[in-house]
Design a protein around this ligand. Structure first.
Ligand code: SF4
Ligand code: SF4
Length: 121
């Protein structure tokens, strides 16, 4: 029993309220869609509510993986910790410069359009 309690000790708390991005983060979360079960456990832990399932049309499966609304992410890493601790290991936290180079997207201080999910395929 003690081992079980130890395992859950480092699980982040649910956010007390949903807030908004106020500045460009240092990290941004990216989901490995091939690894994500679509369980959505991470969704309720995100303090800015920026995790959502990808459109069902993308994979045509009953439970699609999730992805991050990248321009809203504040880089808190909570989702990655939750995924690793409670479910799987499908979220990577990328340094902002690496993300911007890899996906050819420039992030700003604002929660601005393009509103959406990066194409990781
Ligand atoms: S907790 Fe992990 S496996 Fe579950 S939906 Fe989130 S990223 Fe996918
Ligand atoms: S790191 Fe994860 S939990 Fe934190 S804001 Fe970004 S998507 Fe949400």
């Amino acid at each position: 029993m003690a081992e079980t309690a130890d395992h859950y000790k480092n699980v982040p708390n649910l956010p007390p309220k949903i807030t908004d991005k106020k500045k460009k983060p240092k990290l941004v979360a990216v989901v490995d869609e091939d690894n994500c079960t679509g369980c959505q456990v991470c969704v309720t832990f995100c303090p800015v509510n920026c995790i959502a399932p990808v459109p069902k049309t993308k994979y045509n499966v009953p439970t699609p993986p999730v992805q991050i609304k990248f321009n809203e992410c504040i880089g808190c890493s909570v989702c990655a910790r939750v995924c690793t601790k409670l479910t799987w290991d499908a979220i990577e936290m990328l340094p902002i410069a690496e993300f911007e180079t890899k996906y050819k997207i420039e992030l700003t201080d604002e929660k601005t359009p393009p509103y959406g999910i990066p194409k990781t395929k």
